[in-house]
Design a protein around this ligand. Structure first.
Ligand code: ADP
Length: 182
């Protein structure tokens, strides 16, 4: 699915985020910024050891949940990786939604500061961290749309790993567009 909103193209695709050719890709990291499993592991494997070296050198304290830190993309096609630890799902009453929102918004802002014209997001927190994707998808989409219009970002990709996740995102984006027309 592809739509243009306030001069920025929004694409929902099923793919591996390490193959993205956008200026920036977002990494669903953990607070240590020392690599991990899931999409984090895939990004460090594909991008090579430079990314971890830069994380260690620049961010010895790691990164707080919901904040975002930038490194270069190493061997990736993307110029920058925006590392953001999303919240671990603990039942929904531990500020998880607000923290997830922060991850999307702070990643967007860091990409803008870096000068990116395009950014790709994975589905933050909905893997190992257990955030239900039905609740996470509207937060992801609403938060990014709230960041528009952007001075620099002309393209946003939501890169979903599974067909099921892509279907959920497509339904949510369709609902958001329908309700904005009402
Ligand atoms: P978290 O710890 O934030 O939950 P995960 O990496 O476990 O992060 O999962 C986040 C989402 O990323 C999940 O939907 C998972 O299927 C997906 N994912 C895993 N590997 C990739 C990849 N290479 N490209 C895109 N998405 C991926």
């Amino acid at each position: 699915m592809e739509v243009t909103i306030k001069s920025t193209k929004i694409l929902l695709i099923q793919s591996d985020i390490t193959l993205e050719e956008t200026d920036a890709i977002v990494n669903a990291a953990n607070t240590s910024l020392r690599g991990g499993g899931g999409v984090d592991g895939a990004i460090h494997r594909a991008g090579g050891p430079e990314i971890l070296e830069e994380c260690i050198a620049k961010y010895p304290q790691g990164c707080k949940t919901g904040e975002a830190k930038v490194t270069h993309g190493g061997l990736l096609k993307a110029m920058w990786v925006i590392h953001t630890p999303g919240p671990i799902w603990r039942g929904g009453d531990q500020n998880e939604s607000e923290l997830l929102k922060n991850s999307y918004r702070n990643s967007f802002q860091q990409a803008e500061f870096a000068g990116a014209t395009s950014i790709s997001y994975p589905s933050i927190s909905t893997g190992i961290y257990g955030f239900p994707i039905q609740k996470a998808a509207p937060i992801a989409i609403d938060t990014v749309l709230d960041c528009l219009p952007s001075n620099s970002i002309r393209e946003v990709h939501f890169v979903l790993f599974s067909k099921r996740d892509l279907t959920i995102y497509t339904e949510i984006l369709t609902q958001v567009l329908d309700s904005s027309l009402e």
